[in-house]
Design a protein around this ligand. Structure first.
Ligand SMILES: Nc1ncnc2c1ncn2[C@@H]1O[C@H](COP(=O)(O)OP(=O)(O)OP(=O)(O)O)[C@@H](O)[C@H]1O
Length: 269
């Protein structure tokens, strides 16, 4: 199932042929909740097979932007948007997008681990069944995604036990595996380690660094040390606006904007 309509296939293949280093191009994006203008005139490019961190104080629009990339804001009745998010020659915000197929290709992992109250194995096969993946592929997909999520060794002998018997960190890696089982291109992570202890957090960070070999990762984090440890580029948001978007090393050591400097040095937020 393609995320684009047949007429768009030609554009898609032409764009792929360009093979640019950017996978997503955001142009003049505005997102509103009723009267609240939560994301304002946002334009930025997201690099392929890299980690992009979104930082900024609470309520600045990070999660709203992240959720717009795979159309999770569609679920919020008062949310509306203008502008474009270009991906493979298609504006992801357009009506032509098959949202179910889009979420398979651009998967999301949330702040709190949210495994289904089912076995570890069935957590992974749930989506495979839903998307009509042939049953003969399931075993391999389950094993492969658990290995990619660095969880296989810990669960291979207990695949039929409840996912709820796993620790919080293991549950979050299972949720990452569940997303990977759909063979996505992009992973959207909304503060994936904020509910975890330092050891589980370190494992998630290690995993993110490993996954960027194969996937594009966009992560919202409140933790500036985490952003500086794992991301290639960082976008700093304030009051719904993108203040600075830079290489992570540069943004944290020698930011271009005074507001960025004030935020990273703890003067506000
Ligand atoms: N479901 C929603 N309905 C209405 N308004 C919302 C909704 N979600 C977010 N908002 C509003 O949009 C603005 C941006 O919120 P958002 O959650 O995107 O910020 P954030 O930077 O991710 O914050 P945090 O770091 O606290 O998660 C805020 O004013 C918030 O109140």
């Amino acid at each position: 199932m393609s995320i684009v309509t047949a007429e768009k296939q030609q554009v898609e293949s032409e764009t792929n042929a360009l093979n640019t280093s950017q996978i997503l191009t955001v142009k003049d994006l505005n997102i509103y909740y009723g009267e609240n203008h939560a994301v304002q005139e946002l334009s930025l490019d997201i690099d392929k097979q890299a980690v992009t961190a979104l930082i900024g104080p609470s309520g600045c629009g990070k999660s709203t932007f992240l959720r717009s990339i795979n159309r999770m804001n569609d679920l919020i009745s008062i949310a509306r948007n203008t502008g474009e998010i270009q991906y493979q020659g298609l504006n992801l915000l357009s009506k032509e997008v098959n949202v179910v197929a889009l979420r398979k290709e651009i998967g999301m992992v949330f702040q709190r681990p949210n495994p289904f109250p089912k076995s570890i194995y069935n957590n992974l096969t749930h989506g495979l069944r839903f998307h009509g993946i042939p049953k003969k592929e399931w075993k391999e997909r389950v094993e492969d995604s658990l290995k990619k999520a660095a969880l296989w060794d810990e669960v291979k002998d207990r695949l039929h036990e409840s996912a709820l018997s796993l620790s919080g960190g293991q549950q979050q890696r299972l949720c990452i595996a569940r997303t990977l089982s759909m063979k996505p291109n992009v992973l959207l992570l909304d503060e994936p380690a904020s509910a975890l202890d330092p050891i589980a957090t370190a494992k998630i960070e290690e995993l993110i660094l490993d996954l960027k070999k194969d996937y594009t990762i966009v992560i919202v984090t409140h933790n500036m040390q985490q952003a500086s440890r794992i991301s290639d580029k960082t976008a700093f948001f304030f009051n719904g606006r993108l203040i600075e978007y830079n290489q992570t090393d540069k943004l944290f050591s020698n930011p271009d904007e005074k507001q960025t400097e004030d935020y990273i040095s703890g003067r506000f937020g």
